[in-house]
Design a protein. Structure first.
Length: 249
């Protein structure tokens, strides 16, 4: 009979697969601890079922192979445990499959595509907005809880739930007044140009980084920014004409 403590091995391998697989790890990062344990047990069951099916097929096709192979392994100082080698080789096959799958995914796809799949599946609204900005080169507008406003774009797709901070490359920034009207005060392109003009020719090789790190909890609103729509909603309103006063003479 197989001892229950032997089942810890496939559970550990299942956890290893969820954490280090290029396909699963970005989704696993979003899961709670108890959910990760449950998923690890589920993967362990799949590993065991596959191992026992493979053993049954092997014994059916090559009935003498299993006794011969176990006899060859007797030089290992391991007390005889039922199905020990079946579990061990099932886990080894799972690890080799993980390495081969990772190699294929790394060769076939780029890292940002794998992260994008995870964002599409389990990402929140802010992460999906930053993903859209990175993929489609769209500007996004963020209003923070302190009424600070940033307009810019994301250069990278954020890994889901890896951190509570997001990176934005701003092009404009400003604030909202008490009436929530937007006032743009800083043009980053203009600032960068002025900075570069003051440098010598040799120093112009320096890269100026204007990225801002924003805590996700501090974001009050977020949306796609389009200059045409912004202009339509922010046209200067003409002052109403004052009524003419009739002066009696």
């Amino acid at each position: 009979m197989m001892p229950y403590n032997l089942l810890l091995l496939p559970v550990i391998v299942g956890y290893f697969i969820l954490i280090y697989s290029h396909y699963f790890k970005y989704n696993t990062q979003r899961l709670a601890q108890n959910r990760i344990i449950f998923e690890s047990v589920s993967v362990a069951l799949i590993i065991l079922i596959f191992g026992f099916i493979l053993r049954a097929i092997t014994e059916s096709v090559f009935p003498d192979f299993t006794p011969w192979f176990i006899k060859k392994l007797k030089f290992f100082p391991i007390k005889k445990v039922d199905y020990f080698w079946t579990v061990v080789f099932s886990c080894l096959i799972a690890i080799v499959s993980l390495l081969l799958t990772n190699a294929y995914l790394f060769w076939k796809f780029k890292k940002f595509q794998l992260i994008g799949w995870a964002v599409d599946k389990n990402g929140d609204e802010i992460e999906k907005l930053f993903k859209q900005s990175a993929e489609e080169a769209l500007f996004i507008q963020l209003t923070l809880k302190n009424d600070k406003v940033y307009i810019g774009y994301s250069e990278i797709i954020p890994i889901p739930q890896k951190t509570n901070y997001l990176t934005l490359t701003p092009i404009l920034s400003g604030y909202r007044d008490e009436k929530k009207q937007l006032h743009l005060t800083t043009d980053y392109f203009k600032v960068v140009d002025e900075f570069l003009e003051k440098l010598d020719n040799k120093e112009k090789e320096i890269t100026l980084n204007t990225d801002v790190i924003i805590k996700q909890d501090e974001i009050l609103t977020a949306s796609i920014y389009e200059q045409n729509i912004f202009d339509k909603f922010n046209k200067p309103q003409a002052e109403p004409e004052k009524p003419k006063q009739n002066i009696k003479t």
